[in-house]
Design a protein. Structure first.
Length: 323
């Protein structure tokens, strides 16, 4: 289960002294700035404002990615609804409509998921406008944690959407197989599977039995081919989603390796700090010893100088007296 940590990251940003604003306020400010007459006079104002608060644009992109993930979640529910519509359909027209709706929704959602993936890859680049080393470190931590959370959410949503499409494809094949078994009870499972691969349905079998094997109507044959092509399109869409799932897994693994490298560097920095403290203590002891030796040498030199000068100063003069 994926937990939304967006409020937690916003709290980290507030503790670090970074201004955070809700997305509703950001959209209102953006709309107000776009409609203001000063915006056209000074086109660099918005870029300057973004440079002053580099995390604001980041959170806007995060919200955009979350909106696309939510859109994909709604599409997954729609695919499941179309699957139920196909199962309860009592005519070929209703089945075709359910397939078309599913294909259109799958095509649109694939584009939405691709956009979310590209936006998430762009978020990995750190901002250039952060001020101060402490702020840069906090911003980098917030960005990395948020990217990891979004990547896991997107990966989970891709997997669920892929599962919904897979279930729809299985239900199409299963319902077609049941219809063929009713129409051709003497056919084996292998023969029924071959009929499905060739695009045959219950209607084509009934018409073949009624009018002969060479009198299948072109219209029904076209419907059969359309249904088979729909299955193939769903399979290709599932393959694209599987590739996207692998890309997201690789992205999460790469970010995990970056975190491991950061952890190793932190451990090495701690060891280097401990070693530096020991060397500093040793240097202080050496400095104290050198100062003590210098004092001893100075005292000895003073004594020697006193021994040399004292006899000269107090030596008897040539006349028999002291100077």
């Amino acid at each position: 289960m994926i937990v939304d940590r967006f409020p937690e990251f916003r709290q980290y940003a507030r503790e670090a002294g970074i201004e955070t604003t809700s997305m509703e306020e950001l959209r209102a400010r953006h709309q107000q700035n776009a409609n203001s007459p000063d915006a056209s006079k000074d086109p660099s104002a918005s870029s300057k404002k973004a440079a002053d608060d580099p995390m604001r644009e980041f959170f806007e992109h995060v919200r955009a990615i979350q909106d696309r993930i939510a859109d994909a979640r709604r599409s997954t529910d729609l695919i499941q609804q179309y699957t139920e519509d196909f199962l309860v359909a009592t005519s070929t027209a209703l089945e075709t409509k359910a397939q078309q709706n599913s294909e259109e929704e799958a095509s649109r959602t694939n584009k939405v998921l691709q956009e979310a993936k590209h936006m998430l890859e762009d978020l990995k680049n750190p901002p250039d406008g952060a001020k101060g080393n402490k702020t840069k470190k906090v911003n980098s931590k917030i960005r990395q944690n948020m990217c990891n959370s979004l990547a896991k959410k997107l990966q989970q949503e891709v997997l669920q959407f892929q599962q919904a499409q897979s279930n729809f494809t299985k239900e199409i094949k299963a319902k077609t197989a049941r219809q063929l078994q009713i129409t051709c009870p003497e056919a084996s499972l292998e023969e029924i599977d071959t009929m499905i691969q060739n695009g045959e349905t219950r209607d084509t079998q009934v018409q073949r039995q009624m009018a002969g094997s060479h009198a299948v109507l072109l219209e029904n044959l076209q419907q059969v081919h359309d249904k088979y092509r729909a299955i193939r399109r769903l399979e290709r869409s599932m393959a694209e989603l599987h590739q996207m799932f692998l890309d997201m897994a690789q992205l999460i693994e790469h970010q995990g390796e970056i975190l491991d490298v950061i952890e190793v560097n932190v451990a090495k920095t701690k060891d280097y700090t401990t070693q530096a403290e020991k060397e500093l203590i040793t240097a202080r002891k050496g400095q104290f010893t050198a100062q003590r030796r210098m004092c001893c040498i100075t005292v000895v030199m003073l004594i020697i100088v006193a021994i040399i000068i004292f006899p000269i100063l107090f030596a008897p003069s040539a006349g028999g007296g002291f100077r």
